[in-house]
Write a protein that binds this ligand. Structure first.
Ligand code: ATP
Length: 590
């Protein structure tokens, strides 16, 4: 098949913004494409060579592309750069340069019509895969070869594709529509094709199946270990009352962890991880791989979960940005893994020991998860309750927020509660807090206890238990665990510093529901900066002041470095002050 046919379709698609017209042009193209290369034509039209999850990308650096263009056209790199400044796009610049050259020198480009789709795809593939010594020259040579055979218009699209910037604006759904039309339109077929896409999001593969073996073959496309499944998403409702009504009065409520969604494919030979956008995350999370291999008791499985970084000393969840630092990092991962470990909270199982689990209702999937996953330090099941009692759910919500979650995800527990791959529906409903209490000011807190350190902090304290002062009751009420902001020296010295304040049990003026490893006489005051104040079922600070049964906690507290030796413990920040700060600093979350 001539590449010109594809390029002409691209030009038509670019000339419209209407989805229906785009679909028509695609249908026309698919109908005249030979079956054997229909997958390649689909990938090329998406601007790639394989489905994204394979992780092989085109994306030739501009510098190299410029060199190739200059070599193929005989136009200086400087001149092409000038054009690039004018048009802002190398593809368009190449086209203009070639047209201009054709006019002034009667130079002919692509007249022989010998540039085929097969050839373009093959060279692109070699460009994408070339690595190591001499690979730059090789890439340039492969591109020059294509450009030598191309017309100006073809060159435009070749350059854009090789740079990874084709961007025709065709959504995957438009390609699905076009496939359904090109191979015999009816609603039922469209649904079959879409289901196949949701559990096997490879449009080239589906197109080829459809063209070669018909709709029955597409119907038989099955979940496969190693091929990511499109994630199920959640709808949103503003109140628990509405959520319960939608769910028929009762539902499962799970913590909504605030991290990175990970779909783990545990195979017989290897384990791979995908993000929600189906990128391959395997190399960034070697720790998750070994953890899930350990925790899974079966042969093969696909699991859905959220990875959250945790503070090794306080055991508290950290902001998810700390995981995003791992993205795109291949080297030095071991160090990051040690410093900021992640816990993967599993909330679903989509495939288990040869069986497709997606069509089973949620309670059955959860049961399977409980049976086949042995919880470890790094693999846990999503914390949840099954309830229809608003008060109980509210308490659970506060607990989720305090632990560092965004809120809850309500899950339908009826027979209809299948895993709807790729869909955002009311089978899952998220309930997030819509406010955030930010802390502008630092506060001064009293050290009342400590927790033993782990890992690098073995032998010293991992975190201190901090309290605010309640003058009315004359007692110290806990408000957070403090583990960051200390220098290594300070950390090493903590046990010695607190030695003389050590008690063998909790001081009577300390109100704590947390069991510390060490208790101290309340005396030392530290200045602390926190990110926000949240309601807390575990901490006792200002218990019941805002909400019955809930106290207040400081999230992400950090020692500022200032020891408030000038303050007596009774001069620390009061619980009432924290209540005021909570009330004053409530901000809407965007
Ligand atoms: P948001 O920005 O609210 O996370 P989103 O569009 O990223 O929205 P949604 O599908 O609306 O995603 O919300 C569900 C997301 O919440 C999932 O993609 C997943 O990453 C995360 N999540 C955390 N805990 C759970 C859980 N227990 N069950 C399902 N999803 C969870």
């Amino acid at each position: 098949m001539l590449y010109r046919e594809i390029a002409e379709t691209y030009a038509k698609i670019e000339s419209t913004t209407k989805r229906l017209e785009m679909t028509d042009y695609l249908v026309e193209l698919l109908r005249k494409t030979p079956v054997e290369i229909i997958d390649k034509v689909v990938y090329l039209t998406q601007g790639k060579l394989y489905p994204d999850y394979v992780g092989i990308e085109l994306g030739l650096a501009e510098k190299l592309t410029l060199k190739a263009v200059s070599q193929a056209t005989g136009i200086s790199e400087k001149k092409i750069r000038d054009l690039l400044r004018k048009y802002g796009d190398l593809g368009a610049s190449v086209e203009k340069a070639m047209e201009h050259k054709r006019q002034v020198s009667l130079f002919s480009f692509g007249e022989k019509e010998s540039l085929t789709v097969e050839k373009v795809y093959k060279n692109f593939e070699e460009i994408a895969k070339a690595t190591g010594q001499g690979s730059q020259e090789k890439k340039i040579r492969l591109l020059v070869e294509l450009l030598n055979l191309a017309t100006p218009m073809e060159a435009k699209y070749i350059v854009r594709t090789v740079e990874g910037r084709l961007r025709l604006g065709i959504a995957d759904m438009t390609i699905l529509d076009a496939l359904a039309v090109a191979f015999g339109e009816n609603k039922e077929k469209r649904a079959i094709i879409e289901r196949a896409y949701n559990i096997h999001p490879d449009l080239g593969y589906i197109a080829r199946m459809l063209a070669e073996n018909g709709i029955e073959a597409v119907k038989n496309i099955k979940i496969e270990i190693g091929v990511p499944i499109r994630s199920m998403l959640a709808e949103r409702l503003p109140s628990l009352e509405e959520i319960l009504a939608k769910m028929g009065g009762k539902a499962a409520f799970e913590y909504k962890y605030d991290g990175l969604r990970i779909q783990a494919h545990v195979g017989r030979e290897k384990t791979v991880l995908y993000s929600r956008r189906l990128e391959n995350l395997t190399e960034q999370f070697p720790d998750v791989i070994s953890a899930i291999n350990d925790a899974f008791l079966g042969e093969e499985g696909i699991f859905d979960g959220e990875a959250v970084p945790v503070d090794i000393n306080t055991g508290e969840m950290l902001p998810f940005q700390m995981v995003s630092h791992r993205r795109g990092r291949k080297y030095g991962i071991e160090k990051i893994v040690e410093e900021i470990p992640v816990v993967l909270f599993l909330f679903d199982v989509l495939y288990l020991n040869g069986e497709d689990m997606t069509l089973k209702p949620y309670p059955e999937r959860r049961k399977a998860l409980e049976k086949w996953i042995k919880e470890t330090d790094n693999i846990k099941l999503a914390h949840r309750i099954v309830s229809g009692d608003i008060d109980e759910i509210k308490r659970f919500f506060n607990q989720a927020i305090e632990s560092g979650c965004e809120g809850l995800v309500a899950k339908n527990i009826g027979t209809e509660s299948i895993y709807r791959a790729g869909a955002r529906e009311f089978l899952w409903i998220k309930y997030k807090r819509d406010y955030r209490a930010e802390m502008a000011d630092t506060i001064d807190l009293v050290v009342v206890g400590a927790f033993a350190g782990k890992g690098r902090r073995k032998g010293t304290y991992g975190a201190l238990l901090m309290a605010a002062y309640n003058p009315e009751k004359d007692r110290f009420e806990t408000v957070c665990k403090l583990g960051s902001g200390f220098t290594d020296d300070q950390l090493a010295n903590l046990p010695r510093m607190f030695e003389e304040l050590r008690l063998d049990r909790k001081h009577p003026r300390v109100w704590s529901e947390m069991e510390a490893d060490y208790w101290f006489l309340p005396k030392v005051v530290l200045e602390v900066r926190g990110a926000e104040i949240t309601l807390s079922p575990t901490h006792t600070c200002a218990r019941d002041a805002i909400e019955k049964g809930a106290g207040l906690a400081i999230r992400f507290p950090r020692f500022t470095g200032r020891w408030r030796d000038d303050k007596k413990p009774e001069e620390a920040t009061t619980t009432q002050e924290i209540v005021e700060m909570y009330k004053n600093q409530v901000k809407k979350v965007a």
